[in-house]
Design a protein around this ligand. Structure first.
Ligand SMILES: [Zn+2]
Length: 276
C-alpha cells in the first residue's frame, strides 16, 4: 500500500497480513493537504528479471540477432518504434526498429537493434491504467496515453506519477514508460519502468512553442514543479524555450530529444518503507 503525501513524501506500507485476493496488488492512497485519505486505485503487479542495457547495434539487418533455442520467441510486432522482438528463454530481450537518430531510409539497413540483458535481481512492474479522469475532494487526477504501447512501470514510480498529477490537478498526456518485460526500445532511459514521459502543453509543432506569457507555458511550469516534488530529476529540452526551467534544481538539459517531452526519472530512495 502506498500513501502519497502532498509535500512529495511517498510511504510504502509492507503489511504483515494480506488477504489472498490482494496478494499481488498495491493500493494507492493520496493524502490531501487537509490530511484526508483518498483511495485512487488497486493495481496488480508482477515480477520481472531486472534488465540492463547490454548491446546497441544501429543500422543492422533483422537477421543480426536470431533465436538460439526452441524456447526463444521471435515475432514481428507493432509496438511504437519496435518492429521485431526476440524474447530469449533466459529473460533477455532483443528489440529491432526505428531509432530516430540512426533511421535513414537511404541506407540498406535503416533499422537498429538493442539488447536488454538480465541480472539476478527481481523487480516489480505493473500495467498502468489506460487513463484516469476523476475528481477527488478538491484535487483531480486526469491523464491519458498518446502514441505509446510502453504502458508498464515500476509500482513506486506510478505512485510518484499519481502524486504529481494530483498536485497539478489538470489533464496531462503521457507517452509512457516501459514494455511488459522492462525493455523500452528505442530508449534505454526507461529500463525497468523507472522513468516516464509527458507531452509539453506549450509545444505547438517541432521546435515551435507557445510564448512564456501563455497559459500553456504556465501549465508546463506548474506541472514541472509538481513532478519535482516526487521525482529525482526531470529532463527538458535544450531549446531556449526551456531556459528558465533548466535553472530549477534537479532539472537537467536532456538535449534535442527532450524538446518534445518532459522525461521524469524516479529513484527508489524516495520511498519510505514501513513494516506493519
Ligand atoms: Zn523518456
Amino acid at each position: 500500500m502506498f500513501y502519497i503525501y502532498w509535500d512529495g513524501r511517498i510511504q510504502k506500507y509492507i503489511l504483515s497480513f494480506i488477504k489472498d485476493e490482494n496478494k499481488n496488488k498495491y493500493r494507492y492512497v493520496i493524502v490531501d493537504e487537509q490530511g484526508t485519505k483518498h483511495k485512487i486505485c488497486d493495481l496488480e503487479y508482477f515480477k520481472i528479471k531486472e534488465k540492463y542495457s547490454k548491446e546497441f547495434n544501429p543500422n543492422k539487418p533483422k537477421t543480426f540477432y536470431r533465436t538460439t533455442s526452441s524456447n526463444d520467441i521471435a515475432a514481428n510486432v507493432n509496438d511504437g518504434n519496435t518492429k521485431y522482438r526476440i524474447i530469449y528463454a533466459d529473460g533477455r530481450i532483443a528489440e529491432w526498429g526505428i531509432h530516430d537518430k540512426y533511421y535513414d531510409t537511404k541506407l540498406a539497413d535503416p533499422y537498429t537493434w538493442r539488447v536488454f540483458g538480465v541480472n539476478n535481481n527481481e523487480v516489480d512492474l505493473l500495467r498502468m491504467p489506460d487513463s484516469i479522469n476523476e475528481q477527488y475532494g478538491n484535487f483531480r487526477i486526469e491523464y491519458s496515453f498518446h502514441n505509446s504501447k510502453r504502458r508498464y512501470a515500476n509500482p513506486c514510480l506510478f505512485a510518484a506519477m499519481l502524486g504529481s498529477l494530483a498536485v497539478y490537478s489538470k489533464a496531462r498526456i503521457t507517452t509512457g514508460s516501459a514494455f511488459q518485460w522492462g525493455s523500452c526500445f528505442p530508449s534505454v532511459l526507461h529500463i525497468n519502468g523507472m522513468a516516464i514521459d509527458f507531452e509539453y502543453r506549450s509545444l505547438i509543432s517541432k521546435d515551435n512553442y507557445h510564448p512564456h506569457t501563455s497559459q500553456q507555458y504556465q501549465d508546463d511550469s506548474d506541472f514541472l514543479n509538481a513532478m519535482l516534488l516526487f521525482f529525482d530529476q526531470v529532463r527538458v529540452g535544450k531549446d531556449a524555450h526551456f531556459a528558465e526551467f533548466r535553472q530549477r534544481s534537479r532539472v537537467v538539459n536532456g538535449g534535442t530529444l527532450h524538446n518534445s517531452h518532459f522525461h521524469a526519472d524516479f529513484s527508489l530512495s524516495k520511498i519510505e518503507e514501513i513494516k506493519e
